[in-house]
Design a protein around this ligand. Sequence first.
Ligand code: IPD
Ligand code: CA
Ligand code: CA
Length: 266
Amino acid sequence: MDKSPEHDLDQILSVGIDAVLLAVNIIMPAMDQSIQEEYKGKTNPVTKIDRDAEALIISEIKRHFPHHSILAEESGKDTNDSDVLWVIDPLDGTTNFVHGYPAFSVSIGVLIQGIPTIGIVAEMPNIKLYTAIKGQGAFMEGKPISVSRTKRLIDSLLVTGFGYEHGESWHKNMALFKSFTDKTQGVRRLGAASVDICHLASGKVDGYWEYDLSPWDSAAGIVIAEEAGASITRIDGKPYSIYDKQILISNGKLHNEMLNLISESL
Ligand code: IPD
Ligand code: CA
Ligand code: CA
């Protein structure tokens, strides 16, 4: 890759952090106000804050990198065809945010030539900034983080999420929720995928899976998790790409045991 300013990883990370923090600064004050919600599906909410945060993030990125490409949850893909792609979830965990439940985030991942390379997640409302550049480690508030060392499922705490659609994969996940709850110390369901992944990266949970993700839910988290030592595949064990809907992430040590229990349970 060339060393042009367009591909300067430190500069991209720095602009990404500024964009995330601008969004945090409009999301946090809105937490206690009554939020006007609309629905993209039966139970899939979007608020003015999601859209305002996204517009702010995009304008900050465009100010520095007008030629970079952008894929954002509320406005879709722009028309640029740069090999640098910013993948933006302006507010991950909107349902939590609307209810004042304390687990939501801003999540920005950057792919370079298709490879997830930079991840930035600001967990809210108890703000924790998670960052990573591929090959350079993962950090929370500037301090290195790593996945847990738990070796056995029976000693583990897991987390999962359920998408808004209640089709076949929702039923499969209900089955997995039951099996993993039986074989571990517990399975949490927090409601913000990027936060779940950062909790895995920082050793708070030992494994995470989900069936119905979009690229913006995972693009930042997977760089942070990988740099923290996580193993990442699809739930069926195949290699994962952010364009897959299903994902399985573990601390590495539990990956085979999780895959085995998944194939026994489905
Ligand atoms: C959702 C959250 C949730 C996950 C869903 C996502 P949104 O994102 O990350 O935890 O289970 O699959 O769609 O809609 O709040 O940005
Ligand atoms: Ca999301
Ligand atoms: Ca969102």
